[in-house]
Design a protein around this ligand. Structure first.
Ligand code: ZN
Length: 158
């Protein structure tokens, strides 16, 4: 029996994330299944788990995370210019999100020959506010611990 959110438990939570400045909701599980994750295996941003440690089922917590405990600071060298020809058949447009060998990026500027892209996470450099309610807690299975993620409804499937 798992009483509180702790390392190696599988937690299901409902959450809403807002930007404190504008009040804009950047992500929420409202109207969807709760988010299920294996605690202590880097499935979540670090501050999210730290703030929820010890929470019981039905408990709601509200907390604010500085960028260091969320998606990190923006890195200027993650903004790069790429020859347009490298995009091949893809017609780059501002705001487009694409995948590369080294991770996802966003097109931020398109010129005749050069395309500016940004590898920063869109929430890098942002302070984030969360309201989180624990819906369910259970012990992780051996398979989940071996894989490093939660299985089953709301979790990761193979
Ligand atoms: Zn798995």
């Amino acid at each position: 029996m798992t009483e509180t959110l702790a390392e190696n438990t599988v937690a299901s939570v409902h959450y809403t994330g807002t930007l404190p400045g504008s009040g804009e909701v950047f992500d929420t599980s409202e109207g969807r299944d709760p988010l299920t994750f294996l605690v202590g295996h880097k499935q979540m941003i670090p501050g999210f788990e730290e703030e929820m440690m010890g929470a019981k089922v039905g408990e709601r917590r509200t907390f604010t995370l500085e960028p260091e405990r969320a998606y990190g600071q923006r890195m200027e060298d993650a903004v790069q210019q790429i020859e347009r020809s490298q995009f091949g058949d893809i017609e780059p447009e501002v705001g487009m999100m694409l995948m590369s060998d080294i991770g996802p990026f966003t097109v931020t500027e398109v010129a005749d020959d050069l395309v500016t892209v940004d590898f920063n996470h869109k929430l890098a450099g942002e302070t984030l506010e969360f309201s989180v309610e624990v819906v369910e807690l259970r012990a992780a299975s051996e398979e989940e611990l071996a894989h490093g993620h939660a299985h089953g409804p709301g979790g990761h499937h193979h």
